[in-house]
Design a protein around this ligand. Structure first.
Ligand code: HEC
Length: 179
């Protein structure tokens, strides 16, 4: 085989490579991989997508007023010592831990402690902490504030939650009147 033949062979391989490469480039531009926003053909009997709102709907809680009326502050305090004191302090002017100091939180604004690094979701909450809101918060913090920094699952027992809220209410020179 003379060298001309070898050159021709190599040229053929090169050209094939270039053509292959260019076809790929053009192909990528011709065919887009984006999914359409709307399904073009709805398949009968296929389960409809869950509406996001329904999934995020918070559970109905029993009214807090009757539970607070029979709540026990001392029981609440001992529950708080067990469940919350690893992250929170409760005395007036107490330092922040993992969580903010909680003195005067009942009736105070959301994100009530000056200078504490709250989550964006908590900072976005307007208005003051009512008994109902504390009830919902302590039932399931992650449901009440999306992306909350409070890594705490929640208190499931309704009366136990009311006891805790009654104790939090007592952490004030002028406790908010009971509902
Ligand atoms: C693992 C640490 C941790 C535990 C345990 C914890 N918390 Fe928190 N708590 C936090 C953090 C962090 C925040 C701030 C949340 C945010 O910014 O989203 C917070 C916020 C709060 C707030 C809102 C304060 C404000 O200024 O608006 C209340 C009320 C609260 N916690 C009560 C409790 C109670 C009551 C318990 C016990 C039943 C408890 N927490 C257990 C870390 C904790």
């Amino acid at each position: 085989m003379d060298s001309m033949e070898i050159n021709k062979g190599m040229a053929a391989v090169l050209v094939a490579g270039i053509v292959f490469f260019l076809t790929g480039l053009i192909g990528v531009h011709l065919v887009t991989e984006e999914r359409p926003a709307k399904v073009a053909i709805a398949i009968q009997g296929a389960p409809a997508a869950e509406p996001a709102a329904a999934a995020a709907k918070p559970e109905e809680l029993p009214p807090i007023a009757p539970l607070l009326a029979k709540a026990d502050v001392a029981t609440g305090e001992s529950t708080v010592k067990k469940l919350c004191s690893s992250c929170h302090t409760f005395t007036e002017g107490g330092k922040a831990g993992v969580g903010p100091n909680l003195y005067g939180v009942v009736g105070g604004p959301h994100a009530h402690m000056e200078g504490f690094n709250y989550s964006a979701g908590m900072k976005a909450k307007t208005g003051n902490w009512t008994f109902d809101e504390l009830n919902a918060w302590l039932k399931k913090p992650s449901a009440y504030v999306k992306g909350t920094r409070m890594a705490f699952a929640g208190i499931n027992n309704d009366q136990q939650r009311a006891d805790v809220i009654a104790y939090l209410r007592s952490l004030s020179a002028n406790p908010v009147p009971l509902p």
